[in-house]
Ligand binder design. Structure first.
Ligand SMILES: Cc1cc2nc3c(=O)[nH]c(=O)nc-3n(C[C@H](O)[C@H](O)[C@H](O)COP(=O)(O)OP(=O)(O)OC[C@H]3O[C@@H](n4cnc5c(N)ncnc54)[C@H](O)[C@@H]3O)c2cc1C
Length: 391
């Protein structure tokens, strides 16, 4: 029988809401574990806008997406929280004693007294073109998001997808690319007119409608060409390209914790009370995944953060009915955080001071070897941190 780890709170999803909730759990001295299905935390930020500026975070006049994701991660770690990536929660079951068993990647893995769902729009995976050569050249010329400008410098780029995401990607790389093709499957371009005009004004772009990619061609180590068919004339063309950006959307697999049978709103949102309690006692939800009233709320970072704060206060009350609703202002703490973000460090599993959880289909974030292209994360101690606990 698998010996399961026990927790007071398991936070499902390490997007911006889940990361801030992780910090809030530390603030309220709640023992917690955060599980993320992707290989990096940050949710929609690293997937959709890693190198775009975010201007509407209170008190931050402007911050690049990946820096914001990294700052959220660093803040979540102020209380040395456990965040485990590559851990998709596939089901949550309520036990007879009221606790919950969380199934990760199909296996029962953890039990917890309470659960906070911060699963946003669900598990995200980019849609694939499903053509020959696509998988062979993935990350060797075929990309699904733009995480660095370096790969586009002086290159001939094909952006597959003439929607908002496609034109957004094309405009992002237009400053450094030599030539850009935008390939749209249908007859009409539906992207925002302003973005289309912006790309056209670069003089580098060729927009091809009715175009379907048939094959990614390469020399074994990198992409060299793209075989495209015109769906109207059946004419095939071979475009000389170095980089292909696939921007045809994402599959978002929504929360499917079927055993909980949570009450939902418009099928997509988990319904919560004003206390962020779902229809199952002990299961809370915050951020893009939930809806407090029968009206659409704004899916925004600041909204998710406020909800995470309130949800965690309610988790505290649930775990300990005698606890106060509010802990205290964070200005009462001395966490020793630097006002500037220190360089992320890499820790090997041996160096990490938190025990490795389960064997290892679930990879600890801080045991992840870092690459130069991706934002790197660490659970390293904050220098000089002195933890003052808040009850
Ligand atoms: C292009 C774009 C631009 C945006 N710009 C802004 C902006 O300028 N300002 C702003 O305020 N907002 C912006 N937003 C919206 C903002 O990104 C979202 O409101 C925010 O990401 C919601 O955070 P979340 O943590 O609730 O959900 P998400 O960001 O969706 O994160 C949820 C996380 O949960 C994980 N997850 C899901 N299911 C499971 C599971 N079963 N097991 C484990 N993990 C799971 C997912 O992988 C993901 O990492 C933008 C969104 C997009 C798409």
């Amino acid at each position: 029988m698998i010996k399961m780890e026990k927790h007071d709170l398991v936070i499902v999803g390490a997007g911006p809401t889940g990361l801030f909730a992780t910090f809030c759990a530390g603030l309220r001295d709640i023992e917690s574990l955060t599980l993320e299905s992707l290989d990096t935390p940050g949710g929609q930020i690293p997937k959709f806008y890693p190198i775009k500026m975010v201007y509407d975070m209170a008190g931050i006049p402007g911050i690049e997406g990946k820096d914001l994701a990294e700052a959220l991660y660093k803040q979540a770690q102020l209380f040395h929280a456990k965040i485990v990536t590559n851990s998709k929660v596939t089901d949550v079951k309520q036990n007879q004693d009221g606790t919950f068993t969380l199934e990760v990647n199909g296996q029962p893995a953890y039990t917890s007294k309470s659960v906070l769902l911060t699963t946003g729009i669900g598990s995200l995976t980019p849609k694939k073109m499903k053509v020959d050569g696509e998988d062979q050249y993935a990350e060797k010329g075929v990309y699904y998001s733009i995480t660095s400008m370096d790969v586009f410098k002086g290159k001939r780029v094909a952006v597959v997808g003439g929607g908002d995401a496609g034109f957004d990607s094309a405009n992002q790389v237009s400053g450094v690319a030599q030539k850009i093709y935008v390939l749209e499957y249908s007859e009409v371009i539906r992207a925002a007119e302003r973005d289309v005009e912006e790309l056209k004004s670069t003089g580098k772009a060729q927009i091809l409608t009715n175009s379907a990619v048939q094959k990614v061609i390469g020399d074994g180590s990198k992409v060299t060409q793209l075989l495209v068919i015109n769906r109207k004339t059946n004419e095939t063309t071979t475009l000389d390209v170095d980089v292909v950006v696939v921007a045809i959307g994402h599959n978002a697999e929504p929360h499917a914790f079927k055993s909980l049978n949570l009450e939902t709103f418009m099928e997509r949102y988990v319904k919560v009370t004003d206390d962020f309690q779902t229809s199952v006692k002990g299961v809370f939800a915050a951020g893009d995944v939930c809806q407090t009233k029968n009206a659409i709320k704004l899916g925004l970072l600041a909204v998710g953060a406020a909800e995470a704060y309130a949800a965690v206060d309610n988790v505290k009350k649930y775990l300990n009915p005698n606890a106060s609703m509010f802990g205290q202002h964070s200005t009462n703490l001395n966490l020793g955080a630097q006002s500037n973000t220190p360089k992320p460090q890499t820790q090997t599993p041996q160096q990490a001071d938190t025990p490795i959880i389960q064997q290892d289909q679930h990879r600890e974030v801080y045991a992840t070897p870092q690459t130069a292209q991706k934002p790197s994360y660490t659970a390293g101690d904050t220098p000089g941190a002195s933890k003052k606990k808040v009850k």
